[in-house]
Design a protein around this ligand. Sequence first.
Ligand code: SAH
Length: 267
Amino acid sequence: MSEILGRVGYNGVAVEEPLDSATLAVVKAYLVYDQVARIRVRRVRDALGHLQAFGLGPIGELQVREVADEEWLETWKASFKPIRVGAFLVRPTWSDADPGEAIVLSLDPGMAFGTGLHPTTQACLRALSRIDVARMRVADVGTGSAILAIACAKRGAREVVAVDIDEVAAREAKENVARNGVGIDVGVGSASDLVGTFDVVLANIVAAVLQKIAPHLAAHLGRGGRLVVAGIIATEEDEIRAAFAGHGLRPVGREQEGDWVTLELTR
Ligand code: SAH
C-alpha cells in the first residue's frame, strides 16, 4: 500500500501504526489538488483493487478527503507538543505554553522534534538540569539543533562553543541560537577543532564516533570538569567506559532509559 500511495503522494507517505494489534495500520498520502488529482486517485483505487486480487487482504476502503489549507497548518502545528524535561520546557516558536518555573528552549520541528525529543537528548537535558553550568565554559560536540548548547547558555554558562561536522546542522544551529537570543559560538567541526579547555563537555553522538573522538574530548576537558556522553546503546557501554578510562576519565553518573545509556565522566 505504501508503494502504491507513494507513487502519487507529495513527499512520500505516512504510516500510522496502531498501538494495539486489533486495529489496522493506516497509510496516508497527501496529493496536490491539481487537474490530475482525480486521475491519480482513480489509479490508486485500481492498484489497491489489484492488490486484493492477489489475496493480500484485507486492506480496507480507500478514503479520500479534501484538506483545507488552514486546517492542514493547524493540524501540523498541533502535532508538536511542548515537552517538559528536567529544568526545561522545549516548545515550538509559535507555542505560548506557560513555562512556569521552567527554562524555555524555543525550537521548531526539524532536527529537535521528531515525534518528541530523542531519549538521548532528554537524558542530556536532565544531566544539564543537575550539573550547575552557571559561569562555566561549555563545549557541545555534535550540536545538531544546538538544543543542549542553548540549554547551557540559558542556564548561565559563561561561554558556549558548539560544533557539528554537518554544515546543514551548523546552519540550523545558528538560526536556533539567534531565535533564542543567546550568544553561542557555532562552527563546523568536531572535538579536534576545539580550542582550550572546558568545564563541561557534551557529546550526544553514537558510540562508534565517541570512541573515535575520545582522545580529543578528554584533552579539552579541564581539571575537575564534567564530560557528558550519550548515544550509547547498553551493549556498547563497557567499550565506551574502557575507551575513556584509557584517557583517565571515570564515570561519576549514569542514566539508562530503555536501551540508551548516558554517562557523566570526570578525571
Ligand atoms: N546534540 C543534539 C544533536 C545530537 S545528533 C542533541 O542532543 O539532540 C548528533 C549530531 O552529531 C549530528 O548533528 C551529527 O551531524 C553530529 N556528528 C556526527 N559525527 C560527528 C563528529 N565526528 N564530530 C562532530 N559532530 C558529529
